[in-house]
Design a protein around this ligand. Sequence first.
Ligand code: CA2
Length: 159
Amino acid sequence: MADAAHNTIYVLNGPNLNLLGTREPETYGHATLADVERLCVETAARFGLTAECRQSNHEGVLVDCIHEARSRGAVGIILNAGAYSHTSIALHDALMGVKIPTVEVHISNIHARESFRHHSFTAKAAFASICGFGIDGYRLAITGLAAKIGAKAVTQTDI
Ligand code: CA2
């Protein structure tokens, strides 16, 4: 397997999440995508993991990222597919195809919002889902993923 990265997790954010922190703070808070990605890199590092963070507004690019995660030997995926969560069979199928442990994250509580946000295709391909914790959901998701894949917290003496 070329370019294997067996301590790498992919953190994938979908459409419009590049706008975080610019509008709708009552729903999504004030943090930016850069803040989210920093949080993910720092949380992953606590478990000896490297977070490869990507954001795209394009469904096919996100499918390609999921395939890339497999070809690079990634050990987990954290996915906030944004509105594609509610529409995308292609993303569902990509996740099912790569068989990489995946946690779905939503910043907002999708179940307390419009009914069209209540169903997620991508969640059916994830082993766990987290929503409603704001961007802290990413930290919780990585912590849960680490437990699932047996990545132990790195102690100061390991660094
Ligand atoms: O709560 C989430 O994380 C969502 O995945 C966010 C998506 C939404 O379509 C999902 O139903 C739930 C939308 C992300 C849009 O983010 C914006 C942030 C600031 C300003 C405008 C959009």
